[in-house]
Every structure is written in C-alpha cells, then in structure tokens.
Design a protein around this ligand. Sequence first.
Ligand SMILES: [Zn+2]
Length: 128
Amino acid sequence: MVREPYRIARQEHLGDVLDALVSRGIVPGWQWNYDVPGKRALWRFEVPGTAAAKWRETGPAERLVLALCRAHGSTWEPVPHPGGQGLRDAILLHTPNDRCPLCQFVCELQPDGLRRCEAHHIEWRGKG
Ligand SMILES: [Zn+2]
C-alpha cells in the first residue's frame, strides 16, 4: 500500500529518498504538490551550489536526485514507468544488507547488531 499523500509507488519512492537527502544535509528541504488537483505531481527542492529551488516534474526531479545519490554514495534508482508497487518491490528486493531499503544509503552496523536508517526510523538485523 502506498502511504498518503502519495498516489503511486514511484512518488513514494522519490519522497522517501528526498527525506534521506534532507536527513543527511544534502538538500535543505523539499515540497511536493500537484499542478492541478489529480494531475501531474511536482517536486520542489534546492541543490546547494547548483540547482535553484523550482517546481520540477517527476522525471527531471528523479534525474537530479539520482545524480545527488550517486555523488553521495547511495545506489538509489527511480521506479520506472508506470511506477506501480510491483516495480518498486523489484528494486527494493535487491537491497544489500548494509543499505537502507528505502534510500539505499549505507547504514553502519551498530554495537547492538542492528542497522538503522535515521531518515526512515527503521532498523534491521545486520550481517557482517
Ligand atoms: Zn533510509
């Protein structure tokens, strides 16, 4: 199930990684809306030193986020068109144990044997 207020898994997936980029101080914040209710989703965030904050459609927003993820060590990939839950699940299925399944950033193994993603408030049993 896609969480409110997202309509499709592709949007939820992009929002989740934007939360991680904010949590890690890579972008200062982000907003999400529809240009007309029920129509195209629009995303707004700034990339300090490069891209100014402006409203972008999902594809351009994903490409910018993908470049940021690559630059900062995440292996995050956007959900391909048409962006449904099955396509997202296929991406998340291949997440290595040391990476958060939502943002694909490495999360260090803690002394208690767990890994935690601070951006997503989830934890899982670590290996290695
Ligand atoms: Zn995460």
